[in-house]
Ligand binder design. Structure first.
Ligand code: HPA
Length: 267
């Protein structure tokens, strides 16, 4: 499936991308910095799901960015939307077959670490998979990677350092932390957030982990950045809303794009 998809996309674009990006909702500003962009809607790609959620963009954007050849996945397939794990990781595998070596994943997340505030950016140093599922379950795709991939350095240590250094040079305050994936779509209960905090999570979300597992399996170097859009349930004595999540993501989008562009320049 991913091979046909990659061939299809490759035929539409002249360049072979080196860097892949997955942009979380509300975090798509960086696309504006892609020169001579070619847009390919997921719904037109063979093997990709035909359904897209209203209000969510679902497309690849291919072009040059800061001198690098990039492919950005603007919009992703979430597990909570009912897609199976093969579909969730299809964009990553397509980008891999097209030739990327580095994958930058982004998301919105709830802050569990009480020192965090909404609007903070967090470089993901590790993850905890609390989703109950794994995209590699089933027959191994031997053409992509091994049956039992090592996850010790899932978030590439030197690229992480590079993001932190970039942020420092730009005067942006950036956190580092552990991202936990819950399946959603309901937000967590305060008791669940307490559990995640005890387990060592700094932030929680409903995406990213499957894509990172598939990327590491396929030998990609991964960098992950979360936008802390809200404090997770029970950290503050107030309810969570999707509106708050979207508003904060939009507010932080400029800093987010600046950091990504600065980082892409350096890799
Ligand atoms: N929980 C889960 N996913 C999220 C959150 C949250 O608090 N905020 C943004 N995505």
């Amino acid at each position: 499936m991913y091979k046909n998809a990659a061939e299809f996309v490759q035929r539409k674009v002249k360049i072979q991308p080196e860097v892949g990006l997955i942009l979380g909702s509300g975090l798509g500003d960086v696309v504006e910095a892609i020169e001579d962009p070619i847009f390919i809607d997921y719904k037109d790609i063979p093997g990709f799901p035909k359904t897209t959620v209203p209000g969510h963009k679902g497309r690849f954007v291919v072009g040059r960015c800061q001198g690098k050849k990039v492919i950005a996945a603007q919009g992703r397939f979430h597990y909570y939307e009912g897609y199976d794990m093969e579909q969730v990781v299809l964009p990553v595998r397509t980008m891999k077959v097209m030739g990327i070596q580095i994958l930058i994943v982004t998301n919105s997340a709830g802050g569990i670490n009480p020192e965090f505030s909404p609007g903070d950016l967090m470089v993901i140093k590790d993850h905890i998979n609390v989703s109950g599922v794994n995209p590699l379950r089933g027959r191994n795709r031997d053409d992509l990677g091994p049956r039992f991939p090592d996850m010790t350095y899932a978030y590439d240590p030197s690229l992480r350092r590079l993001v932190m250094d970039t942020a420092k040079e730009m005067g942006l305050k950036v956190r580092e932390g552990v991202y936990a994936m819950m399946p959603g779509p309901s937000y967590e209960t305060p008791a669940e957030i307490h559990m995640l905090r005890v387990l060592g999570a700094d932030a929680v979300g409903m995406s990213t982990v499957p894509e990172v597992i598939a990327a590491v399996h396929a030998g990609l170097k991964v960098v992950g950045i979360s936008c802390i859009t809200n404090m997770a349930a029970g950290i503050l004595d107030k309810p969570l809303t999707h509106e708050e999540v979207m508003e904060t993501a939009e507010r932080a989008a400029k800093d987010f794009a600046r950091l990504l562009l600065g980082f892409i320049t350096k890799i």
